[in-house]
Each structure stands twice: as structure tokens, then as C-alpha cells.
Design a protein around this ligand. Sequence first.
Ligand code: SF4
Length: 345
Amino acid sequence: MMKEKLAAIFSEQFPKSSDLEFLLSRDKPRELQEIFEFADQARKQFMGEGILLRGLVEFSNHCRNSCFYCGLNKNNQELERYRLGKEEILSCVEKLNSCGIKTVVLQSGEEDGLDPLWLKSVIEAIKAEFEIAITLSVGERTKEEYKIWKDAGANRYLLKIETSNKELYGSLHSGMSFENRLRCLRDLRALGYQVGCGNMIGLKGQTVKTLAEDILFFKENNFDMIGIGPFIPHPQTRLASQKKGEVELTLKVLALTRIVTKNAHLPATTALGSLEEDFRIKGLKAGANVLMPNFTPLKYKKLYEIYPGKRCISEPVGACAFCMEELAHSVGRYIDYSRGDSLKL
Ligand code: SF4
């Protein structure tokens, strides 16, 4: 039964939700192993043995939103806010570039004060000095802003949906609209960005049915990158008392997403590495092919606290790059220092 279901979701253009729900409900160690091994084979077939690196620079923790799961939410008065200047960002990019990394991810909260022309000038300065791809992750913006940054040289954009279920989305976000999220994803695609999406595992109200819908949503939208991480409760949020997402379920969603989407870039997320142990290793064995070393300056790293217990917040900038080599070797693979553009182009 397992074999047929796995073969079906792999071969069908649009897998059945019921097959995904069946697989998401498996919990015996032998069954889980079968799912992870199938995903690992698919990863090998479509992505090869190389693990791509994306250097993360969290340049501002200001945010206008109040997502119920996120420590950066605007109501968190205990968080010291920061914003890096252009020169500080360029210095981070120089460090990651000197480690051989060919992608920088410029990430921030969704801040009102972000001047689109300032970000444009940052993109242009990076492009003038370094031969690297730029991924932006600065939230919901107008199509005009997305266009300014694309024209300036940005290549990719990450905008996680967290859940593709409109009702559940509404229960996690006040003052935000599911339709606008979808509008942003459409605009980004229309402008020629490589588009990344993703979800969070372990949310209250989430079921195997909504998770199966998430995987089908990723497939239908043909995303170039998909980030899947466990929910980790943050004390300064409305969801502080809820329990965290299960590792096994996170790994199952990751593995099934690999099998269904084939050649999307899937990171072993930092959230997955921030639980009791570094579960990124398991992620790499269940379909992931990307790691995201952090190049945010040390003094700011701990302030970009979407969830608590984030891994590696006291390591000096650049230390992560070497750690990535060790992670790759531990799973018998190697770090691929190429740009790692979308294979869907
Ligand atoms: S998830 Fe993003 S938009 Fe929501 S509060 Fe956190 S930083 Fe802001």
C-alpha cells in the first residue's frame, strides 16, 4: 500500500489529496523510513548530491504586522529593534562572498519605514561589487515596489504562506488578507522573480488535510523554493502556550513536498535545526538540498527572534559557513558553491 501511494504521488501530475493524507498519517518507524528514503531518492534524481548555500542577512527586525506566531510582531515591546545601514549590509555580503557563497538573502520584518529606493540602492551596490544572486524577503509590498527591486537586479523573492488554508490563515493574522498574500505571489511571478513559498508545521487547527492542501498548493504554483519548518512558540506572542510542531510531521511534509514537486529547492530550515537537536541532518536525508548560514552581525542575530532557541546566535559571522561543510559531510554529500538558480526556469 505504501509503495503504491508513494509511486502515485510521484508520477501523477496532480496527486490526490487522499493519497497525501494517507501518507501524512503514517507513524510507524518503518513507514516513515520508507517515505524519507523515497524522498531522498527523488532529491538525488532531481537535485544531485550537492547542497546549496544561501547566506542570510537579517537587516531589520522592525515590523508593522502582528502575526500571532512571530516574536517580531509589532506588539512585542520587549524586543530591541534594529536596522542595518547600507554599508553594514555590504560588509555582510563581502563576508559571505569571501566564503564562496553565491546567494545573499536580504530579510527583514515587514516594515513600514522601508524606503523602496533605499533598498534599490542596496541591490545596485551589491550587484556592482559582487557576482551573486539576491533573494529578497521583506514581505507584502506593491507590485510597483517589487518591480523597482527586480529592475535593480534582485533575482528571487521569499514569501511564505504559512498555511494555504484561508480560514486557518485568518486565525493567525489580524489585519492581513489571504487574498493580498496570493496577489503578491502572483505579482512576483509575473515580474520574473524566482519565487519561494513555504509553510509552518504544528499550528493549532492544522490537519493532515490542510497539510495535503499545502503540498498541492506548492505543486500547483510551481514554486522555485519551498521552506518548511516546525512552529516554535515564542513567549511574547499570542501562541506562547501552544505546543511546538513535531519533528516527524515536519519531516514528512518536507519529504512529500520533495516527491511531489520534484526539483524545487528545499532548505533544511534553521527552525528544524533549532529544536532539541540539529534536525537539519534529518531534513537533508528527507529531501532537502539547501542550507542557510547566517551572516547577520553577531550583535543583531539574537534580536531577529521570530522564535526562541534559534541556532547559532552566538557564533561569529562566517562560522556557519564552515559548519555547513561538516553538515554536508555528515550525510555523505558536499557543498555546491554555485548560484543554485531555480531548476524550473
Ligand atoms: S512573520 Fe513577518 S510579517 Fe509577521 S510579524 Fe513576523 S516579521 Fe512581521
